[in-house]
Design a protein around this ligand. Structure first.
Ligand SMILES: Nc1ncnc2c1ncn2[C@@H]1O[C@H](COP(=O)(O)OP(=O)(O)OP(=O)(O)O)[C@@H](O)[C@H]1O
Ligand SMILES: N[C@@H](CCO)C(=O)O
Length: 318
């Protein structure tokens, strides 16, 4: 009998300039784990055990946990192909805070689907799995978007194509960049943070959004770091969402004055990120944000890089 365990990293959604279409996986340089683990094994009945530092922030009823819903979703998708999935024991180590902007639900979803697929014969390819992950994420956030599930699953910085295949395309990285993250400790619901956005944008905003995204992608391919960083402005969500984030304006002003190349909201917040081209600046910003942006004992700051790999899959004998 075997058990399959998958680690799925945290991620930044939007990366300021790519609302719903750009995301990046994260790994702390300290070696700390910033992501959820899900384990899967066959059992006599379905079950979910939830542990970890943020387990107590989830509803106690396992049936409402997105990991349980992933199992149902996966089983139905298998049934459509004539494959029967037996009763399954799952466990979730919930390391990411809920409603943090770190792709917390996405991390659980990615770890769950990757573990189920690996444990039960790898019947689904990368695009099929991503499509299922995106649909599950949509059940929680109120809209199907892949900017957390794709980087968490595949690693790197990913651009969503809007196609069913390939769902996403990996962009080149800037090796010198460090990503300082700070989670303030409060919770912001993604669904609520989407509802405050206007349903339509004006022509000037649409043109700026398109130009920034195109120039950013081109600059990454040219390895023009300065040009890429200069495009990292959020004209879609930040003007509205910053009102939900105590201390955001001060944090941005401080980080930009101390050498950050860019500063923005991670996903729907409250986590913020600052991009620096050296570790010393990244460390200084992490220290300042820890002291000034964090609101309570749940908050934290990390200096991160963007890993090439996303999920880590391990199979062990029981
Ligand atoms: N395993 C899970 N991980 C995270 N949230 C879960 C999980 N299972 C159920 N939920 C519920 O899903 C909702 C997640 O809300 P939301 O999308 O705002 O948070 P998030 O995914 O943690 O946010 P973010 O992407 O900004 O980190 C909460 O109501 C939470 O209780
Ligand atoms: N693109 C999504 C990410 C949520 O983490 C949003 O900004 O609503």
């Amino acid at each position: 009998m075997t058990k399959t365990t998958v680690y799925a990293p945290a991620s930044i959604g939007n990366v300021s300039l790519g609302f719903d279409v750009l995301g990046a996986a994260l790994v702390p340089v300290s070696g700390d784990k910033l992501g959820d683990y899900v384990s899967v094994s066959e059992a006599t009945s379905d079950s979910l055990d939830v542990q970890g530092p943020f387990a107590h922030k989830l509803p106690a009823d396992a049936s409402t946990n997105i990991v349980t819903q992933c199992l149902h979703f996966f089983r139905e998708a298998c049934a459509l192909r004539g494959i029967t999935i037996p009763s399954t024991a799952m466990s979730l180590e919930k390391n990411l805070p809920i409603g943090s902007g770190l792709g917390s639900s996405a991390s659980s979803i990615v770890a769950a689907f990757a573990a189920l697929n690996a444990h039960y014969g790898n019947h689904f390819n990368e695009d099929e799995l991503l499509t299922m992950m995106g649909e599950c994420e949509g059940q929680i956030s109120g809209s199907v978007h892949y900017d957390n599930v794709a980087p968490s699953y595949l690693g790197g910085m990913t651009l969503m194509t809007g196609l069913s295949s390939p769902v996403t395309s990996k962009l080149p990285q800037v090796d010198s960049w460090y990503w300082t993250l700070c989670y303030s400790g409060i919770s912001v619901s993604t669904s609520a943070a989407r509802k405050i956005l206007p349903e339509q944008v004006d022509m000037a905003t649409a043109l700026t959004f398109g130009r920034q995204l195109a120039v950013f992608v081109d600059a990454l391919h040219q390895q023009d770091e300065a040009r890429a960083a200069s495009m990292m402005h959020d004209v879609i969500a930040e003007p509205y969402r910053q009102t939900l984030l105590p201390g955001f304006t001060e944090a941005r002003a401080y980080c930009m004055s101390k050498g950050a190349l860019a500063f923005g909201i991670s996903g729907s917040g409250p986590t913020v990120f600052a991009v620096s081209d050296n570790k010393e600046t990244a460390d200084d910003l992490a220290q300042w944000l820890q002291q000034h942006y964090v609101q309570n004992k749940d908050g934290f700051s990390h200096v991160c890089r963007i890993p090439d790999e996303g999920v880590v899959i391990e199979t062990t004998k029981m």
